[in-house]
Design a protein around this ligand. Structure first.
Ligand code: DX5
Ligand code: ZN
Length: 222
């Protein structure tokens, strides 16, 4: 089954409650929340306070994507704010295994993200510690970027690695995904698909999510 994870990065925060309700009624499975610090990535978004506020508007699982330096300093705060999945970047910490274990000990799912330049093989020795593997299909930091085609091969490599180890890791893809390449990332092995601008830059985000839902259902039936 494919999970849809709309990214609020491209949402209208003046109408955030309505926007969340829209993607929820369209069939979203997760809400993807992009935390950026202006250090690990050149953009800044929001912190735990905003996530705690959003928590009051939605019961969907919060898929928290931390694009921050020194993520180990903040995971407890994000868990307290209501994050269900906490994903940090492999490139952002020297002690990924320790941090994955710490996130699990807080009762959250532990996710790890790879920037486009980091090979999937770097995770070989971490598979038992990971609940979600996020393949970035753009360089993290901004919505609305172009999908990097090499990511399809990387998703296949990740799928093979996960399956070969019989690991129950959710494979997620994030960046540049729209109606036209949705099937390609699914076929390459992604099971959680993040979409920001291709949902929130449309006139009717609810209908757009529903369209993605229909695509995903068609794929499941094949
Ligand atoms: C980018 C973020 C994404 C972003 C994707 O660094 O991690 O979650 O919202 O946006 P789109 O879908 O517009 O590429
Ligand atoms: Zn993201």
């Amino acid at each position: 089954m494919i999970k849809l994870a709309p990214s609020l990065l491209s949402a209208d925060f003046c109408n955030i409650k309505t926007q969340i309700e829209a993607v929820q009624s369209g069939g979203a499975d997760y809400l993807h929340l992009d935390v950026m610090d202006g250090r690990f990535v050149p953009n800044i978004t929001w912190g735990p306070k905003i996530i705690a506020d959003l928590r009051k508007c939605s019961a969907l699982p919060f898929d928290c994507h931390l694009m921050i330096a020194e993520p180990e300093r903040y995971v407890e705060q994000f868990r307290q704010a209501g994050a269900d999945i906490i994903t940090f970047h492999y490139e952002a910490t020297p002690h990924a295994q320790r941090l994955l274990a710490h996130i699990r000990s807080l009762g959250a799912k532990a996710g790890i993200a790879l920037c486009p330049q980091t090979p999937v093989s770097m995770l070989q020795d971490l598979l038992g510690d990971i609940d979600l593997l996020l393949i970035m299909s753009v360089n993290p930091g901004f919505g609305g970027q172009r999908f990097i085609e090499r990511s399809l091969r990387k998703l296949r490599e990740a799928r093979t690695l996960i399956d070969a180890h019989g690991a129950s890791i959710e494979l997620e893809v994030d960046g540049g995904i729209h109606l036209e390449n949705f099937e390609a990332v699914r076929e390459a092995g992604a099971r959680v698909i993040v979409m920001g601008s291709s949902i929130f830059d449309t006139a009717n985000p609810r209908e757009t999510v529903a369209e993605f839902r229909t695509l995903a259902a068609g794929a499941a039936a094949r």
